[in-house]
Design a protein around this ligand. Structure first.
Ligand code: S3P
Length: 171
């Protein structure tokens, strides 16, 4: 593992398709730390998929669960935490991340995001229309908020390991 001591849990934020989960998993391996995906934790806690939570209870209920799960995960020992794209947009979740974590915005160009989300269809927010239009709208709203992250790293159309190297250099 790379020699580095993380003072706080590294929290990956950014839009769907930015690579938070794949990059986060590799950073954790390189640092010899635990990796946790908040979306997967929410699914385990709820006993159903995120798409089902949205369909049955709506987005607001999902955000409530997300807020609780992330607050709990940030009380655990230092690890690498990938969050869903909307998590950092929630003021209470964002405060919690600012207080207890080290946030890293994985910033990607629209075309990169569109190409990456085209491969999977499990994201309820992208099933409501043209993913490119939806992502464009989300970028306008979310980028100014993601920009509050402690660290910003560009997620290029490059091998994951390249992005991981740049994240480790930026921490
Ligand atoms: C969402 C992103 C998803 C998931 C949910 C909502 C969002 O996570 O939390 O579908 O609001 O951007 P990923 O960013 O991991 O796809």
């Amino acid at each position: 593992a790379d020699k580095m001591v993380l003072p706080r849990t590294l929290v990956l934020v950014g839009l769907m398709g930015a690579g938070k989960t794949s990059v986060g998993r590799r950073i954790a391996q390189r640092l010899g730390l635990n990796f946790i995906d908040a979306d997967a934790e929410i699914e385990t806690a709820a006993g159903c998929t995120i798409a089902e939570i949205f369909a049955r209870h709506g987005e607001a209920a999902f955000r409530d669960g997300e807020r609780r799960v992330i607050a709990r995960l940030l009380e655990e020992p230092v690890h690498i935490l990938a969050t869903g794209g909307g998590a950092f947009m929630d003021p209470a979740t964002r405060d919690c991340i600012h207080q207890r974590g080290l946030s890293l915005w994985l910033r990607a160009e629209l075309d990169v995001l569109v190409r990456r989300v085209a491969r999977r269809t499990h994201r309820p927010l992208l099933n409501q229309g043209d993913p490119k239009e939806i992502l464009t709208r989300l970028m306008t709203i979310r980028h100014p908020v993601y920009a509050e992250a402690d660290i910003i790293v560009d997620s290029l159309d490059a091998p994951t390991e390249n992005t991981v190297d740049r994240c480790l250099a930026a921490i």
